[in-house]
Design a protein around this ligand. Structure first.
Ligand code: TRP
Length: 458
């Protein structure tokens, strides 16, 4: 394929977002999800709080920002799924096709992540129903433990909700998401934000707010080691949906005239704000009920029902919260499925429906292993723990950083200055220079150091 062919091919594909705001909301919809409300607080809890949060924020701005810009830039220039775009751009800019493997790693990571993401999202749907039935009214700490354990021990309940969630995801993708997604996101994101503000007022007035804050924001560096550094970086990747081509794919729909830089800043601020709010809601409740901050994946499924059980109107707020969390997860899940579906449509020449169902079923089946990790297979541990722990570690801590690194190195070192600056405010703008500095030096070096540290070389 010559350069000219590839340019012509690219022009004919894909529609565009109807406005910049919609793009920002769609990427924020992808970014804000279980990662902010479920994963961030429990990771901060396991890793001792303050110092971890500080490193996380550093990772967001020094690594996440340049990588997100690079991904959107590549997506908008490639105009196709991450693998094909990387192949085309690789050819165009360097004459080498194998850049496509950066896209392949990303697609694999998405497959893996969605398989367990859907199981956890299923928990939130189940919790929505339990809360709506008033099960948590006046419940105590041991009660919430029991409910959570009953859920994770029940294969049937988890499979039912995992199936419902995957079915919704497949349905939306199969229908062609733009109209539905655009509308859903504009309603759900503000609603989620309002509920979170209500909950934070509860945490301030009813919880042990100061202890919660000090756990989150007072850094105790003695608690940091190589693995918590790696997981802070992994969390930055995960929460911003980086490294697997989600943002990349969404960037392919961004009109040429829109500023990538400003959109990225807005998305990152939105995502970070929601994660910090989640922590500021959860930890005060943890401390006021004497719960364990290092609880792990069950954290929000225990603290929040406990709080909802005490507030008047908790049944309504609680159900609302879990259903919104389910929707936030849905807008993220869609973005996890879209890149591989786009790949299948473009590469295998099948319809959107068939691709969505085929890939969705594969992911659903893989998800069963996560379900079993909490019961039948909970003693089957290797490497990092259960199958679920290994999926998580492999995807967030290894695959995402690897392909994110490759995307960024490609955009900043291998793509010509002319091409990259066309996408980003022009060669002489401070935005372009700022991005290029972070993307060329800071992000790759930081990712490499953290990797080496984990392997034990540093
Ligand atoms: N960012 C989402 C969250 O915080 C999850 C997600 C969506 C994601 N797309 C992704 C994570 C791509 C990693 C890569 O819940």
């Amino acid at each position: 394929m010559t350069n000219k062919d590839s340019t012509i091919l690219r022009q004919s594909l894909h529609g565009q977002w109807s406005s910049r705001i919609v793009f920002i909301l769609a990427v924020s919809g992808s970014a804000v999800g279980l990662g902010n409300i479920w994963r961030f607080p429990y990771m901060a809890g396991i890793n001792g709080g303050g110092a971890y949060v500080l490193i996380y924020l550093l990772c967001i701005f020094a690594i996440g920002l340049p990588i997100m810009i690079s991904e959107i830039m590549l997506g908008r220039r490639g105009r196709r799924n991450p693998m094909t775009s990387m192949e085309l751009l690789g050819l165009e800019e360097t004459g080498i096709k194998s850049w496509k493997y950066a896209g392949v790693i990303g697609l694999l990571a998405g497959f893996l992540i969605l398989s367990y993401y859907s199981v956890i999202a299923g928990w939130t749907l189940n919790y929505f129903m339990l809360t709506a039935q008033g099960l948590f009214d006046g419940i105590g700490p041991s009660g919430v433990d029991e409910v959570f354990n009953a859920l994770t021990l029940s294969i049937k309940t988890q499979v039912v909700f995992h199936t419902i969630f995957m079915a919704l995801t497949i349905l939306i993708i199969a229908k062609g998401i733009k109209a539905g997604l655009e509308r859903a996101v504009t309603i759900m994101m503000p609603a989620l934000f309002i509920i979170m503000v209500v909950l934070i007022i509860y945490a301030i007035t009813q919880g042990n707010f100061l202890e919660g804050l000090s756990f989150m924001f007072r850094p105790d560096f003695s608690k940091l080691d190589g693995s918590s550094l790696l997981s802070a970086m992994g969390q930055a990747f995960f929460t911003l949906s980086l490294g697997m081509g989600c943002v990349f794919t969404y960037g392919a729909y961004l009109p040429k005239k829109e500023s990538i830089f400003n959109s990225t800043i807005a998305i990152i601020l939105c995502d970070t704000l929601i994660a910090l709010l989640a922590g500021m809601i959860i930890f005060p409740i943890v401390f006021s009920y004497g719960l364990e901050p290092a609880e792990g994946p069950g954290l929000i499924f225990k603290t929040l029902p406990l709080a909802f059980g005490q507030i008047s109107g908790g049944t309504i707020f609680g159900s609302l919260f879990f259903i919104l969390l389910g929707f936030a997860a849905l807008t993220s899940a869609i973005s996890l499925l879209e890149p591989s579906v786009a790949w299948m449509i473009e590469q295998k020449n099948v319809s959107r429906k068939v691709s969505a169902i085929t890939i969705g079923l594969g992911i659903w089946a893989l998800g069963l292993l996560t379900v079993l990790s909490f019961n039948e297979l909970s003693d089957f541990t290797f490497w990092k723990g259960t199958v679920f722990d290994n999926f998580e570690h492999l995807a967030s801590n290894i695959l995402l950083p690897t392909s994110g690194l490759l995307f960024t190195v490609f955009a900043s070192w291998f793509m010509s200055k002319k091409s990259s600056s066309e996408e980003l405010n022009g060669e002489h703008s401070w935005q372009y220079r700022f991005w290029r500095f972070l993307a060329r030096y800071i992000a790759p070096i930081a990712v490499l150091i953290i990797f080496l540290n984990v392997i034990g070389i540093f």
